[in-house]
Design a protein around this ligand. Structure first.
Ligand SMILES: *[C@@H]1O[C@H](CO)[C@@H](O)[C@H](O)[C@H]1NC(C)=O
Ligand SMILES: *[C@@H]1O[C@H](CO)[C@@H](O)[C@H](O)[C@H]1NC(C)=O
Ligand SMILES: *[C@@H]1O[C@H](CO)[C@@H](O)[C@H](O)[C@H]1NC(C)=O
Ligand SMILES: *[C@@H]1O[C@H](CO)[C@@H](O)[C@H](O)[C@H]1NC(C)=O
Ligand SMILES: *[C@@H]1O[C@H](CO)[C@@H](O)[C@H](O)[C@H]1NC(C)=O
Ligand SMILES: *[C@@H]1O[C@H](CO)[C@@H](O)[C@H](O)[C@H]1NC(C)=O
Ligand SMILES: *[C@@H]1O[C@H](CO)[C@@H](O)[C@H](O)[C@H]1NC(C)=O
Length: 672
């Protein structure tokens, strides 16, 4: 349309100049060519110039047959307008005239353009005075073909063929004028090459004049054609010029023999270990895939596909695997191979194994080995704690605490899940050891009961025997834990006495001496204190009347005695004999805050001694008048309980000694 407008403008300009200049005949200007799509309305314009007004003009439209014969289709003169009958355009045309003095426009409209409408149209204008003139316009009608369809052959093609074979066909239907089909392989057009490429078009035309073009492609197929894309392109003319459309792309199946075979481990993708299920895959480079035979060590293996499955593999499955097929072209064997490596880890062997018995002070040199195709990592564990790395476990100067189960754990860092373990039980033999008691010399009131506890260990398990030359040991109860024997003896204090705890086994014996001092003074004092404290029913005057003088004397002596006792305890504390430093500190702190007992003299009114229990702020340093650390005072008339505790005195056993020393007063406040 743009074309037409431009032409019109040019023509208009020309006329303007022309009429300005020379007064001449009637002049007609038309477009050389007008294009229309089938079924559309088309207008063919005709411009004229004349000196006459519109009223004196005769307008005629003709079309030319291919033979050159002219047929009128329209006539208009000052008296009438006629559309000629019995022409191919009858009933489908319309003529519009408008114009003014000098120039004007006649427009022929042909409705519903048909293929047969293609012809030359003549616009003729005759003036009464200026003569006549005419112009010819060629009308072109187009029809766009349907989108092209493509069909490939659905059977595979042997690439060894000598002649081109049919690959597929392409069709473009219902176009006008005749469309062209071009074949493409991977974006390059295919042209006829003898013995290589043959493109055969077949053109048909239907009753309405539309063309259908079908094109068959034959190729001498090569192996690489299996990867090629084939398609066709339709070129056609339409309003405004050339246009094209492409078909879908197709691939073809090409048969070609296998001349190379590959074999590989399909799964697992990691290193292979014993027990895995392994899949070996075989693939040839031909199409279709041939059948394969798997072989290892000269023996055929069963498989009904191109995958060989090996279940629960062992190291014996390691080796070179081959996969065979026959080249269908030259009947040679084609072989692929791969090497399978099945890794293994044998059970761990510990030496010495099982239970191993050693004496204290001896040395253990144990080894742990597990045969493997890969590097192993070995650790020794005891009670879940790593004690050594590497295959040797070396324990020098063995002590009881080293007894137990040592587990050797072997892993393969390269292959998760490959592991083995074995264990060694170490028994340490030796003479008994007694847990060092915290207090071995004690002072108790007469008639009280003391419970002494003795803890011993050793292998074989020691027997604990309580002895005292002075007194019979009343009751003994004992208890055995995994590595200890605990024995408790109840002793009634009658006089000063020595009690020994003796632990015996076949390797020797150990004993510990508790020396008990029986205190009458203490007894008296405490009886008195108890009376004041507990028996409030007795009036204080009564006591005063009876024995106030004696009591004062006794109390003074008691005070002196307590002072002496205090300094003795302080001395013991300084020497660190009672327990390890940390244990002692805990003890004093706790006891001072809870059971700080102060003896105070009240001389003013009553001259009575009053024992006050104070939960005071006394610090451990100012203990001269307090008796926190001596158990005999704290426990008054209760039965006292002495526990053998502390340290088994092993250099490398700090953990254990701390724990034991922390236990200190456990069980001491047991009611008598
Ligand atoms: C052609 O013109 C006729 C009459 O003006 C109109 O009815 C018709 O719709 C037109 N056809 C097209 C395709 O424009
Ligand atoms: C013809 O008439 C149309 C409107 O009816 C007008 O737009 C056009 O310019 C006229 N052409 C001429 C040449 O006068
Ligand atoms: C079709 O091909 C012929 C010959 O190659 C050519 O002359 C013609 O213009 C082509 N037509 C189209 C629509 O491309
Ligand atoms: C395995 O195949 C390779 C080539 O892929 C070849 O060099 C090698 O000799 C073959 N091994 C065996 C054992 O056949
Ligand atoms: C431990 O035993 C192995 C072999 O039994 C020996 O080679 C190694 O020297 C021993 N180690 C010690 C520290 O005795
Ligand atoms: C031995 O001691 C454990 C805990 O220390 C206790 O559960 C057990 O009852 C005791 N056995 C005897 C016989 O006293
Ligand atoms: C207790 O034993 C010690 C020596 O071990 C001895 O001096 C003391 O006299 C003994 N005490 C009694 C009451 O036997």
């Amino acid at each position: 349309m743009a074309l037409r407008t431009k032409t019109t403008l040019l023509v208009g300009l020309f006329f303007l100049l022309y009429t300005w200049g020379v007064k001449a005949q009637v002049k007609v200007e038309v477009e050389g060519r007008v294009e229309v799509a089938r079924g559309q309305n088309v207008t063919i314009p005709c411009l004229y110039t004349t000196d006459d007004g519109i009223g004196g003009l005769t307008i005629e439209w003709f079309y030319l047959e291919p033979t050159g014969k002219r047929h009128r289709i329209y006539l208009q003169d000052p008296t009438m307008r006629i559309e000629d009958t019995a022409t191919p355009f009858t009933g489908r045309i319309k003529v519009d005239v408008n114009g003014s003095q000098g120039n004007g426009q006649v427009i022929l409209t042909i409705m519903d353009a048909r293929l047969g409408d293609e012809a030359d149209f003549i616009c003729r204008i005759k003036s009464l005075t200026d003569g006549s003139h005419e112009g010819v316009t060629q009308l072109r009608v187009f029809e766009r073909p349907d989108i092209p369809t493509i069909e490939g052959v659905d059977t595979a093609i042997w690439y060894t063929n000598i002649k081109p074979v049919k690959i597929g066909s392409c069709e473009a239907k219902n176009g006008y004028p005749r469309p062209n089909i071009t074949w493409y392989k991977d974006n390059s057009p295919l042209v006829n090459i003898p013995n290589e490429v043959s493109v055969v078009p077949l053109v048909t035309m239907d009753s309405s004049g539309l063309y259908s073009v079908r094109s068959e492609l034959s190729l001498n197929v090569v192996k690489e054609d299996k990867d090629s894309d084939f398609y066709c392109e339709v070129n056609y003319l339409t309003v405004g010029g050339n246009a094209m459309m492409e078909s879908n792309k197709i691939k073809i199946l090409v048969n070609y023999p296998t001349d190379e075979v590959n074999l590989w481990v399909k799964s697992p993708k990691r290193d292979i270990k014993e027990g895995d299920t392994v899949e070996l895959q075989c693939q040839g480079n031909g199409y279709p895939q041939p059948t394969f035979t798997f072989r290892q060590g000269g023996e055929d293996l069963k498989s009904n596909s191109n995958v060989l499955e090996l279940r629960d593999v062992s190291r014996h499955n390691s080796g070179v695997y081959e996969c065979f097929t026959l080249n269908a072209e030259n009947f040679n064997d084609v072989v692929g191979n791969t090497t399978l490596l099945v890794n293994y880890l044998d059970p761990a062997v510990v030496s010495p194994d099982d239970t191993h018995m050693l004496f204290q002070g001896e040395e253990l040199n144990a080894s742990c080995n597990a045969l493997s195709s890969l590097n192993t990592h070995i650790v020794w564990m005891k009670n879940g704690v790593k004690v050594a790395t590497g295959n040797i476990l070396l324990l020098r100067d063995i002590v009881y605490d080293m007894a137990g189960t040592y587990e050797c754990m072997v892993t393969v860092p390269q292959l998760v899940g490959m592991e083995t373990s074995s264990a060694l039980q170490l028994i340490v033999q030796g003479q008994p050891e007694i847990l060092k008691p915290q207090i071995t010399s004690l002072e108790e009131t007469v008639e009280s009961t003391v419970v002494l506890t003795c803890r011993a260990r050793g292998y074989p398990k020691p027997t604990i025997i309580w002895k005292s030359p002075e007194v019979q040991i009343d009751t003994v109860s004992s208890n055995e834990t995994e590595d200890e024997v605990v024995s408790m003896a109840s002793v009634k204090v009658t006089s000063d006495m020595n009690v020994t705890c003796n632990a015996v086994n076949q390797n020797g014996n150990k004993e510990v001496l508790f020396s008990i001092k029986a205190s009458e003074f203490l007894h008296a004092l405490l009886v008195y204190v108890l009376v004041i404290q507990t028996d409030t029913a007795i009036p204080p005057k009564k006591i005063k009347r009876e024995s106030s003088g004696v009591i004062i004397a006794v109390l003074i002596i008691c005070l002196l005695l307590l002072a002496v006792l205090g300094s003795v305890l302080y001395f013991l504390y300084k020497k660190g004999k009672i327990c390890g430093r940390s244990g002692k500190q805990d003890l004093t702190k706790e006891k001072t805050s809870r059971d700080n007992i102060v003896v105070e003299m009240k001389r003013d009114n009553t001259e009575e001694a009053v024992l006050l229990a104070v939960n005071g702020d006394k610090k451990p340093g100012e203990q001269e008048f307090s008796l926190p650390t001596h158990p005999s005072l704290i426990h008054l008339y209760r039965s006292s309980h002495y526990v053998s505790q502390g340290n088994y005195e092993q250099k490398d056993d700090t953990k254990r000694s701390q724990r034991l020393c922390g236990d200190e007063w456990e069980g001491t406040s047991k009611e008598g």
